[in-house]
Design a protein around this ligand. Sequence first.
Ligand SMILES: *Cc1c(COP(=O)(O)O)cnc(C)c1O
Length: 304
Amino acid sequence: MALHIQTPLIESHALSCTSGKQVYLKLEALQPPGSFKIRGIGALCENLKRQGVDRFVSSSGGNAGIAVAYAGKKLDVPVTVVVPETTTERAKRIISGFGAEVLVHGASWNEANEMAESIAREHGALVHPFDHPLLWQGYASMVDEITSSGLRPDAVLVSVGGGGLYSGVVEGLRRNGLTSIPVLAVETQGTASFHAAMKEGKLVELEGIRGVATSLGAKKVAQRAFELQAHHPTQSVVVSDSQAVSACTRFLDDHRLLVEPACGAALAPVYEKLPAIEPYNTIVCIVCGGSTVTAEQLRSYALS
Ligand SMILES: *Cc1c(COP(=O)(O)O)cnc(C)c1O
């Protein structure tokens, strides 16, 4: 049995009314570890276990690390997550709550990742947060579920960090024969590495990451995401932190679900009625979720 669940696809009365469109939500926030990531990470970890890997190593203090910890618990494989000093107590608690070992190392993700790589060289395997073909295949299963429900959307909205989710959604559309359905790839201003790559026509490494959508904080997207946008209709959309946070706040009231600003980013074009959604009638938002924010934190973002 897969480690992820089939999630509901619901029509959102609130978002449809707000935008004047028919808006559907793919509720990945309901995955047991709190985000879509378990679809890909679950598939990758199962594959590693079949190969005899005896430890999963992650360098993510966010939802990827949480998903690896969850997968290890379910598959009975020990997990080490190396996180930078900036990681919140809450994230560390969630990861260790699934029985994983949490090591704090370095001021930034790069240093934590170097240590994770050296641990994985000794024993175990590193589970990358967004750059692996099995992750994309796993993420593609959400599109299989959407199409098997009979819905044929005019556009799909996803948020983009390292581009794993985007790559998986495009793969899912392609394997279901939906090669002409555009994907709107949403980032926040402080995390817009995909936007920069599309504009420059080559992969771009940002100098730094800013803002509240920490789960979108990849300085450079995966090569695969960059290749796919050249072949699949893709529109880059950039929203502000305050638009992402406001979308989270409104979504919490409308649907009683708390999601991270990284996920609010993908809802913001609908709540804000941005010109990017104008051409489309039936829209699916991937509600990717995220466990690292609390209601109180969201309120403090909204006030700042
Ligand atoms: C990881 C993550 C993303 C971005 O996914 P990528 O594959 O890195 O593009 C978006 N939202 C949430 C909540 C995430 O955990």
